[in-house]
Design a protein around this ligand. Structure first.
Ligand code: NAD
Ligand code: TYD
Length: 355
């Protein structure tokens, strides 16, 4: 079996669902259930003996030692993190706690467990750390995309905390011999993404008749990847990635935020036309920029393609259509996650951004 952390969040839940759809190897899923973790994402696994959910913190060393001794996983896949740049600007503390201190505790527990294994299990064991392209900083329009050899230049509290966690993972390999793999992926989109991130936020606000807030002039560029393609890449790295290596994962799909929002509006115009007529594009509002807003991210994914044969299966056109339709078909899910605390966050983040 494998231990997945953060498996009730956006990418982790997609990973667990895809994993169990493709094989019968059980998953122990350790998640703290922060605002971003949601058991409804895993509702289709209710009663499935292959999925064991444990509510807990990756920073809880005793719990980790107990879980590892009890379930004896052959791998740990670490998704657990605070993941939203804007929240890291409002309150960096939780990012330091989970992304840095939590990763350290998890590495230490994994190290002790790894040392306790017999030789063949020790050989087979893997610790896969899921990270982000944001650790590389920001590109100018003419710069080549991020390669694995790029210098780390994180600019936000979020990316700095992820960069620190990547360094810890690297050090636990070089110093203690822990068999690690690290993946650095670009922006994901798809089902179960919490509607504080750009694409689900725009879908949610559009349907609610609210403004679609674009930071700055909307020309910042991201390299968008469908979440199912990210999960497939992680499975591939887990299976045959070289120990101690990092792999960049991206969709080869650079778009400005304005282009992304236009695409979403056009799909909504087709699948859920506004009662009042006109396009959802009319709801677009330019608001004050994010402080330190990185201009452009782009991934050079030649290493994972060449070494491990991974390529994205979805184009942006096919992935975004699936995604918009998923949100239209899952209004109940959106309703559940956007109650109470969500409204307080939206109030705090957008109140002082008037255009
Ligand atoms: P998310 O915020 O949707 O989910 C994070 C999950 O981790 C939640 O279920 C949360 O409850 C859990 N969690 C948080 N703190 C925890 C703790 N201390 N102990 C246990 N569980 C905890 O994030 P996501 O978008 O699914 O991202 C998952 C991982 O992928 C993160 O490490 C993130 O840095 C990385 N990543 C995300 C993207 C993206 O576009 N979303 C891109 C590249 C990399
Ligand atoms: P986000 O989904 O928060 O991902 P990240 O900051 O990790 O790339 O944001 C994606 C892009 O969209 C980023 O350039 C910021 C921008 N953005 C907006 O313009 N408006 C918004 O309301 C949000 C949440 C993001």
């Amino acid at each position: 079996m494998i231990l997945v952390t953060g498996g009730a969040g956006f990418i982790g839940a997609n990973f667990v669902l895809d994993w169990l759809a493709q094989c019968d190897e059980p998953v122990v899923n350790l998640d703290k259930l922060t605002y971003a973790g949601n058991l409804a994402n895993l509702a289709s696994l209710d009663g499935d003996p292959r999925h064991v959910f444990v509510r807990g913190d990756i920073g809880d060393g005793e719990l980790l030692a107990r879980l590892l001794a009890e379930h004896r996983p052959r791998a740990i896949v670490n998704f657990a993190a605070e993941s939203h740049v804007d929240r890291s600007i409002h309150g960096p503390g939780a990012f330091i706690e989970t992304n840095i201190v939590g990763t350290w505790r998890l590495l230490d527990a994994a190290r002790a467990y790894h040392a306790s294994l017999d030789e063949s299990s020790r050989e087979a064991f893997r610790f896969l750390h899921v990270s982000t392209d944001e650790v590389y900083g920001s590109l100018e329009a003419s710069d080549p995309p991020f390669a694995e050899s790029n210098q780390y230049q994180p600019n936000s509290p979020y990316s700095a905390s992820k960069a620190a966690s990547d360094h810890l993972v690297r050090a636990w390999h070089h110093t203690f011999g822990l068999p690690v793999l690290t993946t650095n992926c670009s922006n994901n989109y798809g089902p179960y993404q919490f509607p504080e991130k750009l694409i689900p936020l725009v879908i949610h606000n559009a349907l609610a008749g609210k403004p679609l807030p674009i930071y700055g002039d909307g020309s910042n560029v991201r390299d968008w990847l469908y979440v199912g393609d990210h999960c497939a890449a992680i499975r591939r790295v887990l299976e045959c990635g070289r120990l101690g290596e990092t792999y960049n994962i991206g969709g080869c799909n650079e778009m400005s935020n304005l282009e992304v929002v236009h695409t979403v509006c056009d799909l909504l115009d087709r699948h859920a036309p506004r009662a009042s007529g006109g396009s959802y594009r009319e709801q677009i509002t330019f608001v004050r920029d994010r402080p330190g807003h990185d201009r452009r991210y782009a991934i050079d994914a030649r290493k994972i393609a060449g070494e491990l044969g991974w390529q994205p299966a979805e184009t942006f056109a096919s992935g975004i259509e699936k995604t918009v339709r998923w949100y239209l078909d899952h209004a109940g899910w959106v309703e559940n996650v956007t109650s109470g605390a969500y409204r307080e966050w939206a109030q705090a983040n957008y109140a002082d951004r008037k255009g």
